[in-house]
Design a protein around this ligand. Structure first.
Ligand SMILES: *Cc1c(COP(=O)(O)O)cnc(C)c1O
Length: 347
């Protein structure tokens, strides 16, 4: 079998839920969109279910699959965008966001007494949600519709930046707008859980912190290790080039190793040398990443053998700083890993 794997440490996943729980008294809604940020929605939902009150996904299909496995509430984070999906959310008792007039106008006049609606306010991100001036009118409309519950929500644009004044403005606007209503309220994603206690309200919605992609300074642990086994070693001479377009040229005689992982596995594209680790030692890649292969300059190190593991990132890697090397973010590194990479779960 092809030895390229994403290892997922389930006890670190649980650690992260415990850390989040220790930081808030709000209910926890685990955001498991995009296949649980690439870690597999089925595996992850099972492990974390006991720590949380509800789940959030993006697509109806994700929600319907998950519905077979859990009785906990499942929120469709951007709501319904096809009229026929309202019937599905009703039949399966899904929670859904209402962020636009299209969604309101196309909502059937049916009994939604098994569904919670989440009314989204645009507090400054200017992406989804109703303008503050529109809020009360839409709120009244939804209140009249007799949902099982009506929750009001918004989303922060820069919660990972503690010093960004925009957070204070958004939290204040949300607080002011909702201060006289008794509904449950939800504003905080991972960053806001750690950076803004006053944003927690009744339900917090962590994503990336669960998966260890950020906030290690708060006790969050990395959850993943991406690694691949050496399948090829070859000696080359000073002056020889390696790989496409000959962009990398050996400046002395060296050994080149190959590992079966490439951008076809969702690893980010690169053409300049990047650092990898083999048996605890650091090495540089040689040449452009291929679709199915990465080549590494071992220099003169003959201790490294076919079958040795190469770590692209490890359980001690801070994915947020690592991702900057690729002009990316930890969210993208995790969600891009393709189905071709085996996922192995460690207890
Ligand atoms: C993705 C998402 C979250 C989770 O964000 P993280 O930064 O991963 O914690 C929370 N709320 C909404 C509306 C989202 O779309």
């Amino acid at each position: 079998m092809r030895k390229t794997e994403l290892q997922i440490n389930l006890s670190s996943l649980e650690n992260n839920l415990k850390v989040i729980k220790s930081r808030t008294s709000a209910e926890i809604q685990a955001v498991i969109k995009a296949n649980a940020y690439g870690l597999d929605i089925n595996e992850v939902s099972e492990v974390i279910e006991d720590y949380i009150e509800s789940f959030a996904v993006i697509t109806i299909d994700e929600a319907l699959d998950l519905r077979k496995k859990t009785k906990k509430p499942i929120l469709i984070l951007q709501g319904v965008h096809e009229i026929e999906d309202y019937q599905k959310v009703k039949d399966f008792g899904l929670d859904f966001v209402v962020h636009s007039d299209w969604q309101l106008e196309n909502m059937p006049e049916t009994n939604f007494s098994n569904n919670r609606a989440w009314l989204k306010i645009n507090t400054g991100m200017n992406r989804l949600g109703f303008h503050p001036d529109e809020f009360f009118e839409r709120y009244q409309k939804l209140t009249d519709m007799k949902f099982k519950d009506l929750i009001v929500m918004s989303h922060l644009a820069s919660s990972s930046e503690k010093s960004d004044q925009k957070n204070i403005e958004q939290i204040k606007l949300f607080t002011d707008l909702t201060k006289n209503i008794n509904n449950k309220k939800s504003l905080a994603n991972s960053g806001a859980i750690f950076n803004f206690n006053e944003s927690h309200f009744d339900i917090v919605r962590p994503g990336i912190a669960i998966y260890g992609g950020k906030y290690l300074e708060h006790g969050i642990k990395p959850v993943t290790c991406l690694r691949s086994k050496i399948t090829m070693l070859k000696k080359i001479k000073a002056g020889d080039s390696v790989g496409y377009d000959g962009v990398w040229v050996a400046n002395s005689d060296c050994i080149i190793a190959g590992i079966p992982i490439g951008y076809g596995d969702g690893y980010p594209y690169f053409s300049e040398s990047r650092e990898v680790r083999i048996n605890g030692k650091k090495f540089k890649t040689a040449g452009k990443i291929n679709m199915d292969l990465i080549t590494i300059n071992l220099e003169q190190d003959s201790s490294i053998k076919i079958g040795d593991w190469v770590e692209l990132w490890g359980f001690d890697t801070d994915l947020t700083s690592f991702s900057k090397e690729y002009d990316s973010i930890s969210y993208q590194l995790l969600t891009n890993i393709s189905g071709r990479v085996n996922k192995n779960y460690l207890e």
